[in-house]
Design a protein around this ligand. Structure first.
Ligand code: HEC
Length: 152
């Protein structure tokens, strides 16, 4: 509304430079609006992935929990951690020597086919074929940071 008025009055002045200026302001505003909508969209889709991933995590929770060791090691703080590095958990030599840092990419590779990535791991799990399910599960694992109440 204000923009239209500004634009209108500037047109009356018939000053080319100001017209160009008002168009520029308009374009910047439009792209800002589009960008903020995009950010809002990605935030909701990450939220949705985390929720879906939490559902898929039931396939892991026979052996794992986010905040304590079971048959498998706990998952809180997994992103950025060296594989096989939690002192209180007894890993296989294969996992201890894997020399892998858990990132979204390495987790994706591992969860697709654990034994193919780390032959000799004792993680008795075939893997997840669906790329979308892995993405959702990894979104959930990535949410298990120190600030997550589950991990406190
Ligand atoms: C049958 C039990 C079992 C299931 C099911 C299982 N895991 Fe594991 N997981 C383990 C064991 C045991 C280890 C330790 C392996 C080793 O030392 O070789 C492990 C290790 C891991 C590690 C490495 C952790 C670290 O500290 O380096 C990740 C990541 C992992 N599991 C993720 C998952 C996810 C995600 C799922 C579900 C899709 C899953 N696991 C399902 C038993 C299991």
């Amino acid at each position: 509304m204000i923009l239209c008025q500004v634009h209108f009055s500037l047109n009356i002045m018939n000053n080319k430079l100001f017209t160009v200026f008002s168009f520029t302001v308009f374009a910047v505003l439009i792209s800002y609006l589009l960008a903020s909508q995009h950010i809002a969209y990605s935030e909701t889709s990450i939220e949705a992935d985390i929720i879906a991933g939490q559902g898929i995590y039931t396939q892991c929770s026979g052996c794992h929990a986010p905040d304590y060791h079971r048959t498998g090691p706990k998952h809180c703080g997994i992103i950025g951690r060296l594989a096989g590095s939690q002192l209180e958990f007894e890993y296989t030599t294969a996992m201890k020597n894997a020399n892998i840092v858990w990132t979204k990419d390495t987790l994706d590779q591992f969860l697709k086919a654990p034994l193919e990535m780390i032959s000799g791991t004792s993680m008795g799990y075939a893997g997840i074929a669906s790329i979308q399910e892995r993405e959702q599960l990894i979104a959930f694992l990535s949410s298990l940071t120190e600030s997550n109440p589950v991990c406190k």
